[in-house]
Write a protein that binds this ligand. Structure first.
Ligand SMILES: [Zn+2]
Length: 67
């Protein structure tokens, strides 16, 4: 009987470990979605949205483009 209990506890621990790894993978995917690549309307450079500046409904890579 105790051998069966060990088998069940091993299965449960494997299940928990796979759930934890799936959750961390989802977190990585979520970060990738947040950094979207946008194109600068002035010099057509592809840059991360976090480094871009929004000007008149379009994206710009640097403040020097704003007139
Ligand atoms: Zn630019």
């Amino acid at each position: 009987m105790w051998q069966f209990l060990i088998l069940v506890s091993v299965i449960i621990s494997i299940y928990i470990l796979t759930r934890i790894s799936n959750q961390s993978r989802k977190a990585i995917k979520g970060n990738q979605i947040e950094t979207e690549i946008v194109k600068c309307k002035v010099c057509n450079l592809n840059i991360p949205q976090t480094e871009a500046i929004r000007v008149d409904g379009a994206w710009c890579c640097a403040k020097k483009h704003i007139h």
